[in-house]
Design a protein around this ligand. Structure first.
Ligand code: COA
Ligand code: NAP
Length: 269
């Protein structure tokens, strides 16, 4: 179920927008008749996303660009702005992750995730800045609960996503005067996505455990996240900036519980 907001003629750029959660966001904006640019590393993902988005409504552009490559990101914006004009909504969601104990993680393994998630996000926002509509642009970063609740075997992603959220808050300060809002969405377990399969529910047992961690007792859907993005991109969210918004059924609260219980046991002997 999607909320209905008019994005006709608005330009929406979704970095990392060719699969999963970010694709769901791109699709929601396309259904509201936005002009949508999606960008990611792999040509086959870009082509498949463009083919599917073209059936959703609006106009679509696909660009191949790796967020680790500052110039390629700049080139993507040059193309999209030449086609659709200033950017009204920017979604920065490209990310990579894998489970690995910190003591087993190579330097390059740590670096690759920080490079994609954190440095890549900086590249996207930095290159977008000159092209954002002012006043009025809305920048939305897709982060994760491990930004504020550290997760075992995700030292790289926890550190990177915490950095992404501080980038959100810092740029909300710096760009607020230009009429640009910057916010983060922190999704919970979103069923049917790569991140959920790979990191939270590789087995049926893990899936059951993950469900138990969600107070609302269901996994999230692509629409749950897309609806929040549609709202944040709209004038109805005109006074929201620098916010880190969980969309997780309350899960971030619940995942603190085991740590608190362990701490409580220690404190009470
Ligand atoms: N366990 C431990 N180390 C791992 C690993 C794993 N499962 N997967 C990758 N690495 C290490 C590699 O060994 C390498 O380090 P090394 O050079 O010291 O050996 C380093 O990470 C880079 O791996 P590489 O495969 O060359 O990186 P890449 O740029 O091709 O891919 C990843 C980036 C690893 C993040 C990859 O998982 C990816 O592309 N993910 C995108 C999709 C995704 O993760 N979605 C989930 C939601 S964010
Ligand atoms: P996904 O399907 O793997 O999406 C990742 C996207 O980023 C893909 O489009 C991928 O396309 C692109 N990408 C990866 N590396 C890139 C790079 N170096 N340069 C440019 N694009 C790159 O994962 P997802 O699970 O939907 O996650 C999407 C976002 O939500 C991520 O930011 C993730 O941290 C966050 N999140 C997800 C969950 C969840 O439950 N899934 C929970 C919390 C947070 P290419 O491979 O073509 O580059």
């Amino acid at each position: 179920m999607q909320i209905d907001l008019d994005y006709a003629g608005r330009h929406v750029v979704v970095f990392g927008g060719t699969t999963g959660i970010n694709f769901g966001i791109a699709q929601a904006f396309a259904r509201q008749c936005a002009r949508v640019t999606v960008a990611s590393r792999r040509r086959e993902n870009v082509d498949a996303a463009v083919a599917q988005l073209s059936t959703a409504g609006g106009e679509v552009l696909g660009v191949v660009a790796d967020v680790r490559d500052f110039d390629a990101v700049g080139g993507a914006f040059a193309q999209s702005v030449a086609r659709f004009g200033p950017v009204d909504v920017l979604v920065s969601g490209a990310a990579g992750n894998f489970l690995c104990a910190a003591e087993a993680m190579s330097s390059n393994g740590f670096k690759v995730v920080v490079d994609i998630d954190l440095v890549g996000s900086f590249h996207v926002l930095r290159q977008a800045h000159a092209h954002l509509r002012r006043p009025g642009a809305s920048v939305i970063q897709i982060t994760a609960p491990q930004s504020f609740v550290p997760m075992r075997y995700q030292a790289h992603a926890s550190a990177a996503k915490a950095g992404v959220d501080q980038l959100t808050r810092t740029l909300a300060l710096e760009w607020g005067g230009e009429g640009i809002r910057v916010n983060s969405i922190s999704p919970g377990p979103i069923d049917g996505t790569e991140g959920f399969r790979k990191l939270m529910a590789p087995t049926a047992e893990d899936r059951a455990f993950a469900l138990d961690q969600v107070p609302l007792q269901r996994f999230g859907s692509l629409d749950d996240i897309a609806n929040l993005a549609l709202f944040l991109g709209s004038p109805y969210a005109a006074y929201i900036s620098g916010a880190l918004i969980p969309c997780d059924g309350g899960g971030a609260l619940e995942s603190v519980k085991p740590a608190l219980e362990a701490a409580g046991r220690r404190a009470t002997g």
